[in-house]
Design a protein around this ligand. Structure first.
Ligand code: PMP
Length: 393
């Protein structure tokens, strides 16, 4: 094969591949954000978003990456000097602590350790006498693939009269998030992962109680003031407080339509199957899965690299030689794991491509493995499931 043609496969947990229909709509002429043609799209997005969060809240939208929505939660719910509790188990959980520190909160940090889940009992103990009114945690910890039981964490937080804020940036649209049923006070997310859009939209779904708390903490931010954005979105017809990211809303409208067409439960089932296939493929090669055994870890599969393999070389070679972009480890896991994503516009054969590329790369780097064993394991999962596992059209 010559270097002149290497087909590219994007297999990272954000940005994720964007369906052609979603890309195409962004090539339409720009719309004035107060014109009826855009208001219609905007109103439809605002109506559809809560269904994915499974909430009756307004989902507040910002032109920002996911971190913007996280920061909005910190500025609206905490005050300088007041205790806030962060329950983390990886890089993105640690970001909550950095954000709380940046805004002057008296941050308490429960660190479960990278590759572990945050345990509800540990949260319960950490909250005792902490004085914290807010817990910040993560649903899918993208740096390790771990998916926390945020429903149980919400019970622990509420037992101490604390609100719980959940980062579902990589989880929303891949694994179930039942915000109202699970009592999650705030859920934040972003457009560029399982929602199948480009980066640039950030979402915060805040309960009535959380919005009321935001009034108390008012003044921390102008752009991220939840009340200001809520007031605009609640007008009839809705009117964004600032110029909305028009093209991204057009994309989101199409992507949310695709999720509705497939059906949210089926979307989650597809991710479950993709996660299972990726894990079975790793097991077929005796490659260790990073993080606890978990049927819910369906956003990204973190695979520990065999001893003797230069970890930094794996994603680099996969990209340069085969055009397959996967992520390596971040922070303390740099060079030790690879992460194969399957969140968003992914189907069975995407996982098979990633596994085939990983097998070829590990062999080239000197690891003795049987080519095709992981691919076969993934194929078995897909065949046995007896369902079409293609990505949505
Ligand atoms: N939280 C999680 C769980 C994430 O996966 C990411 C992005 N990888 C973020 C937060 C940060 O989002 P962004 O890069 O869009 O600011």
């Amino acid at each position: 094969m010559t270097d002149a043609f290497i087909k590219q496969y994007l297999m990272t947990a954000g940005p994720t591949p964007v369906p052609p229909k979603v890309s195409q709509v962004m090539a339409e002429p720009m719309l004035y954000h107060r014109a009826p043609a855009f208001i219609e799209v905007y109103a439809r997005c605002l109506e559809r978003l809560p269904r994915v969060f499974q909430t009756s809240n307004d989902v507040l939208c910002f032109a920002a990456s996911g971190t913007g929505a996280m920061e909005s939660a910190v500025v609206n719910l905490t005050r300088a000097g007041e205790p806030a509790l962060v329950a983390s188990c990886g890089k993105f959980g640690e970001r909550w602590a950095e954000l709380c520190d940046a805004h002057g909160a008296a941050t308490r940090h429960l660190e479960a350790g990278w590759g572990s889940k945050v345990e509800p009992d540990a949260l319960d103990r950490a909250l005792s006498d902490s004085g914290a009114r807010t817990v910040f945690t993560t649903l899918s910890e993208t740096s390790t693939g771990v998916v926390n039981d945020v429903r149980a964490l919400a019970v622990a937080a509420h037992a101490h009269d604390a609100m719980i804020v959940v980062d579902a940036v990589s989880a929303l649209g891949a694994v179930p998030v039942r915000q109202d049923e699970w009592g999650l006070d705030v859920v934040v997310s972003g457009s560029q992962k399982a929602l199948m859009c480009p980066p640039g939209l950030a979402f915060a779904s805040a309960s009535g109680e959380a919005l009321a708390r935001a009034t108390e903490a008012a003044g921390g931010s102008y752009y991220f003031d939840w009340q200001r954005t809520a007031a605009g979105q609640r007008k009839d017809p809705p009117d964004s407080a600032f110029t909305p990211a028009v093209g991204l809303f057009m994309a989101l409208d199409v992507a949310l339509g695709m999720i509705e067409e497939e059906g949210l439960d089926r979307v989650h089932d597809r991710h479950r199957l993709l996660g299972r296939a990726a894990r079975e493929a790793a097991r077929a090669h005796d490659l260790e899965l990073y993080g606890p055994e978990d049927d819910n870890a369906n956003v990204v599969t973190a695979i520990a690299l065999p001893d003797g393999i230069d970890g930094a070389q794996v994603p680099k070679r996969m990209r340069d030689r085969f055009g397959i972009t996967i992520a390596g480890g971040q922070g303390q896991l740099k060079g030790r794991i690879v992460r194969i994503a399957h969140c968003g516009y992914f189907g069975a054969f995407d996982v098979i491509v990633a596994i085939a590329g990983l097998e070829m790369t590990l062999r080239e780097l000197g690891h003795d493995l049987e080519p095709g064993a992981g691919v076969a394991a993934a194929q078995r999962v897909f065949s046995e499931a007896g369902v079409p596992a293609g990505a949505p059209a």
